[in-house]
Design a protein around this ligand. Structure first.
Ligand SMILES: Cc1cc2nc3c(=O)[nH]c(=O)nc-3n(C[C@H](O)[C@H](O)[C@H](O)COP(=O)(O)OP(=O)(O)OC[C@H]3O[C@@H](n4cnc5c(N)ncnc54)[C@H](O)[C@@H]3O)c2cc1C
Length: 691
């Protein structure tokens, strides 16, 4: 394996590692290798389908996602669908299943009372809480909060099972925050967002890695200490493993952790083993702390069930740091060594920080760490022109980028940023690269040539663009390629779009052949077919990014709905040809990962500039049309009720999709209601008006 080709090596494919990899890829376009010594991704969040019961379960204990942090919630929502899941836990107390944390129901059942409200519960608590002058240990702290009986039944033995120490052997702070509710609320957490990934955590991790597969590679079954020597000092290393393993050769004692033994049991042809997903066992007679029955989560269906009893141990995988004085002091020594280890090695995550992180905290920590350590501000460049050039003396190329689209500087001895300052003087910043999407890149011999090159030279229609729209929207180019690649016009138009709209995204759908079959269009077709591949398209646009979402359909694989014989209405267009077109449009959109129904889609065809019906509409008019309608609620056509009206229209995703679905699935119906139609395109206006 060649390690040198990566800018960043990340040790650990858990949350901390994968989130920081995603940041490096998305914001800095770096090449990243994530290694993990385990045989799977996801770290401790990893889940899988049990083969015998087909139930999704966690390998390292149930993982419930809960957070109050908006940034974290928004971040995770980018990668998969999450389902609301308000977790509840029962404790087996006096042979009854009672809510944990203790609430009014728990107290009523244990003490045979009839407390009805918060006020009565507060009164009960204050009567039962033990009053101490000075709280000296965990037992006193717990009793001062819940009283003698609840302490004995819920906390004393549970704490011992968890920490191998009774509360009177622990510091007061350890039990200072034990929860007790003065209401009937039986939820385990009270956070704003309580959710589970619809398809599991492993799928969530995979989705992040898939989105960045152009930048991120993963190598499993790979221990960092076996490959450490192959990594150079220039490479950034993010280490998310245990900090004491990293410095094992320094002679310090190991940090203490508690681990868990998972005892898996199955019952075949059984509905459920226990009433809730998690039942805690706070009593001293049961060795395990809790039992998790996975079928409850997300209401999974299976004829069988699987449940896992957990016992906490001293040995095994490191899960919970034992935060006593001795370990805190020891960790401080490791932390000091970490700070002195070198500028390119970073220690993050729960094991390297010797902290218990919930998942949301682990995510927040990685996001913040990235911001603090790897993002630099772009205040140095205050330009007169929003196009900057990056010249690389090693790769002998120039990249043109929109300044609004660039996120951060990175040091690079081979690159130079060339820009115009506010007085329009050309300036060169050596030794830095500016990370962000490319508008264009070209071969270039030296810095002198780079300084003279101009982005707009290539584009006939380019005028001075003072203000670029930062709206994110989708530009859908679809249909047969025909003669559209015979000139530079489409390519230059795409460049122009990127200039005006730095956050534009492209969806491409085309056909395996450049032209449709004879008899499938109302025009005279001379079949002069070339076979189209992804490479053909990339080569034409000179841009690999454009084919990120590109569907090329083999005409032989088309599946149409309803009848295909005859023509549309009383016009010339063969029904089959038009249905093929809608099939293509429908498929191309289906292939694309649209995030919100409010996303705008602009629908356009490859050969737009070659067809006579659109000859009056040039690039500037199209751009103005898009700008005017980016906030529009309804579907808008650049030309209305004229032949070719459907060659260019735009609207919100949900409406555009509805329109396309109608033509793909219900065209026969539409035709039976519009029998006398001559120009088939008018139907698109008619149907759009109904949406
Ligand atoms: C039993 C249990 C239950 C939990 N339940 C919840 C919950 O319900 N809700 C919640 O929010 N959080 C929960 N958590 C916390 C959650 O698991 C963590 O927040 C999260 O896993 C932290 O991610 P991480 O990447 O920092 O660490 P990890 O997930 O531990 O990832 C670190 C990775 O580094 C790898 N690694 C270590 N050393 C090396 C090496 N030398 N070479 C290569 N790879 C290495 C490891 O194999 C591991 O995959 C729970 C944790 C545990 C232990």
């Amino acid at each position: 394996m060649v390690y040198k080709k990566y800018d960043v090596i990340i040790v650990g494919c858990g949350l901390s590692g994968v989130i920081i990899a995603e940041r490096f890829s998305k914001l800095q376009n770096k090449k990243i290798l994530i290694i993990d010594k385990r045989d799977h991704i996801g770290g401790n969040c990893y889940d899988y389908y049990d083969k015998k019961t087909n139930i999704l379960m966690n390998k390292y204990g149930a993982h419930l996602f809960h957070t109050n942090d908006e940034e974290v919630f928004e971040y995770v929502s980018n990668f998969c669908t999450w389902k609301k899941w308000e977790h509840k836990v029962l404790g087996l107390i006096d042979d009854k299943h009672l809510p944990i944390p203790a609430n009014i129901t728990t107290v009523n059942e244990i003490f045979n009372l009839d407390i009805k409200n918060q006020k009565e519960m507060d009164k009960w608590l204050s009567k039962n809480q033990v009053k101490y002058e000075n709280i000296t240990n965990g037992e006193e702290m717990a009793k001062s909060r819940v009283g003698e009986v609840l302490y004995e039944k819920i906390f004393k033995h549970y704490t011992y099972k968890q920490w191998k120490k009774y509360p009177n052997e622990l510091a007061p702070e350890v039990l200072a925050r034990i929860p007790v509710r003065n209401s009937f609320d039986d939820r385990y957490f009270s956070d704003k967002y309580q959710i589970l990934p619809e398809k599991g955590y492993t799928a969530f991790f995979q989705s992040i890695l898939d989105k960045h597969k152009h930048n991120i590679d993963v190598k499993l079954n790979c221990d960092y200490f076996d490959i450490k020597d192959k990594i150079t000092e220039e490479q950034i290393v993010i280490y998310t493993g245990p900090i004491d393993y990293y410095f094992a050769d320094k002679g310090l004692p190991k940090l203490e952790y508690r681990s868990i033994d998972f005892h898996i049991e199955r019952k075949m042809n059984t509905d459920f083993y226990q009433p809730y997903s998690v039942v805690n066992y706070p009593g001293k007679d049961t060795p395990y702390t809790r039992c998790v029955e996975y079928k409850h989560f997300l209401k999974q269906k299976s004829e069988h069930t699987i449940y896992v009893k957990e016992t906490t141990t001293d040995t095994g995988e490191p899960y919970y740091p034992v935060l006593n004085d001795k370990n805190i002091e020891l960790y401080a020594k490791y932390q000091k060594m970490a700070e002195e280890e070198g500028k390119n090695i970073h220690f993050i995550g729960r094991l390297a920080s010797y902290k218990y992180f919930n998942m949301d905290q682990a995510i927040k920590n990685s996001l913040n760490y990235f911001k603090e350590h790897f993002e630099k501000q772009k205040t140095i460049i205050q330009g007169a022109d929003h196009i900057v050039k990056i010249y690389c003396s090693k790769r002998k190329r120039v990249w043109f980028k929109n300044i609004n689209d660039c996120k951060n500087f990175v040091e690079n001895p081979n690159t130079y940023i060339i820009f115009r300052d506010k007085e329009s003087q050309q300036k060169v910043l050596p030794g830095v690269d500016y990370v962000g999407k490319d508008l264009l890149n070209k071969p270039c011999n030296d810095i002198k040539q780079a300084k003279s090159m101009n982005y707009t030279n290539d584009i006939e229609q380019a005028e001075n663009i003072n203000y670029a729209y930062d709206n994110e929207f989708y530009f859908y180019i679809r249909g047969h390629i025909r003669n559209s690649f015979n000139s530079k016009r489409l390519k230059n138009f795409v460049k122009l779009l990127k200039l005006h709209f730095p956050n534009i995204k492209f969806i491409l759908q085309t056909w395996k052949n450049t032209e449709c079959k004879k008899g499938e269009s109302w025009k005279t077709i001379t079949e002069n077919n070339n076979i189209i591949s992804k490479l053909t398209i990339e080569n034409y646009f000179e841009d690999k990014n454009i084919t990120e979402h590109c569907l090329i359909i083999d005409e032989e694989s088309i599946e149409l709905v309803g009848s295909t014989s005859g023509k549309i209405g009383i016009g010339l267009c063969p029904k089959q040809g038009w249905k093929n077109m809608w099939y293509g449009i429908y498929k191309g959109l289906e292939y694309f990962d649209i995030k919100s129904s409010n996303d705008i889609i602009v629908s356009f065809r490859y050969d737009y500039f070659d067809i006579q019906q659109s000859s009056a509409i040039d690039e500037k008019k199209i751009i103005q049309f898009i700008k005017n309608n980016l906030d529009n609620e309804n579907i808008k056509f650049i030309q209305y009720k004229v032949p070719g009206t459907d060659n260019l229209y735009m609207g919100k995703y949900n409406k555009t999709k509805e329109l396309i679905d109608k033509f793909h699935f219900e065209l026969d119906n539409i035709l039976s209601m519009n029998k006398s139609i001559y120009h088939q395109e008018y139907l698109v206006n008619i149907i759009a008006e109904t949406i």
